[in-house]
Ligand binder design. Structure first.
Ligand code: FAD
Length: 309
């Protein structure tokens, strides 16, 4: 059995693997796609101490660093179930392949995915005008016109944030009213370069073949089809944690995030969690790496305090 088995090979899982392996304990990483969301990212300009890099380069760097150590990497494997340990026994992770892995401690780092609008042009222009992370990509649209899709807290926060960087923000909400907290709405409506359109159903991302040049939507009240010329579209309709397979086994928040404490412990003994799949605020690469580190050190602390099994 493993001492530490990490599920997920994104920034959180990679950091956890390196910290665990450096303790000289038996470490494994099982991942569907080593690199995680980073593989889908173009420009990365907030990976502190590296002025600019891109996703594939950072993902290759993660793997190269993990492979420096004696870590058993099991890539292209999906975990399907976690079977909690009975007192003193091992936690089991069942894979889609049918295999079962056993470990004294488990770190869950399965990340998250952005909910998409699912309209024509969205996938094609992802990274070429269609963006999901204002902290990451806001500065790329300095002085330009952008839209934010979604009038919940994350959409309204994104619009306020972007209004300070870009030329103009149009926020589109499907319902007749915004769902964001009143204090955020008040701030939003106080800004001079923001327009809010409600009852808007986004129907298509338009582009010139290389990058986004507009957004088509239907005014649900009148049925009229409209177009906005713009350079960027920030989709803010939800971040979905990859935790469906854990439902019923440990405590999840109402949004499905794994509940963790300040040391990355979950509600199950010997099971820790890190990164975007957890309740940690701010889903960013450097945050995920820090969380993976914390989870590995907490798992090690758990091992040295446990009875040998
Ligand atoms: P992830 O990167 O999501 O990795 C999860 C891992 O778990 C993957 O290996 C996945 O294959 C695996 N996995 C999932 N389910 C299972 C399962 N059931 N069994 C086995 N393995 C599983 N952040 C920044 O700081 N700067 C940026 O510029 C930036 N730009 C971004 C641009 C885009 C388009 C996206 C999508 C995100 C961006 N982010 C950026 C956010 C950043 O990528 C995430 O915060 C970070 O990758 C989270 O790391 P993680 O390890 O928690 O999860």
């Amino acid at each position: 059995p493993f001492d530490v088995l990490i599920v997920g090979g994104g920034p959180a899982g990679a950091a956890a693997a390196i910290y665990a392996a450096r303790k000289g304990i038996r470490t494994g990483v099982v991942s569907e796609r080593f690199g995680g969301q980073v593989l889908d990212t173009l420009a990365i300009e907030n990976f502190i101490s590296v002025k600019a890099t891109d996703g594939p380069k950072l993902a290759a760097g993660l793997e190269e660093h993990v492979r420096e150590y004696d870590v058993d990497i099991m890539d292209l494997q999906r975990a399907e179930a976690l079977l909690p340990q009975a007192a003193g026994s091992l936690t089991e992770i069942r894979l889609a392949s049918g295999a079962t892995l056993r470990s004294k401690t488990v770190i869950l780092a399965t990340g998250a995915r952005w909910r998409e609008m699912n309209v024509p042009g969205e996938k094609e222009y992802r990274g070429h005008g269609v963006a999901y992370c204002p902290h990451c990509d806001g500065p790329l649209f300095k002085g330009k016109r952008v839209a934010v899709i979604g009038g919940g807290n994350s959409g309204v926060e994104a619009a306020i944030d972007l209004a300070g960087i870009v030329g103009h923000v149009t926020l589109l909400e499907f319902e007749a009213t915004l769902r964001a907290d009143a204090v955020l709405q008040k701030k939003l409506f106080s800004l001079g370069n923001v327009e809010v359109i409600t009852e808007a159903l986004s129907t298509q991302v338009s582009g010139d073949g290389e990058k986004v040049d507009g957004l088509l939507y239907t005014d649900r009240a009148s049925g009229e089809k409209r177009r906005i010329d713009l350079a960027g579209i920030f989709v803010q309709i939800g971040l979905l944690p990859n935790s469906e397979w854990l439902k019923g086994t440990l405590e999840l928040s109402p949004r499905g995030e794994i509940e963790i404490d300040a040391r990355c412990a979950t509600s199950l003994p010997g099971v820790f969690a890190a990164g975007d799949v957890t309740t940690v605020p701010y889903k960013q690469i450097v945050v995920a790496m820090g969380e993976g580190t914390k989870a590995a050190l907490t798992a090690f602390d758990h091992l040295i305090r446990s009875e040998p099994c």
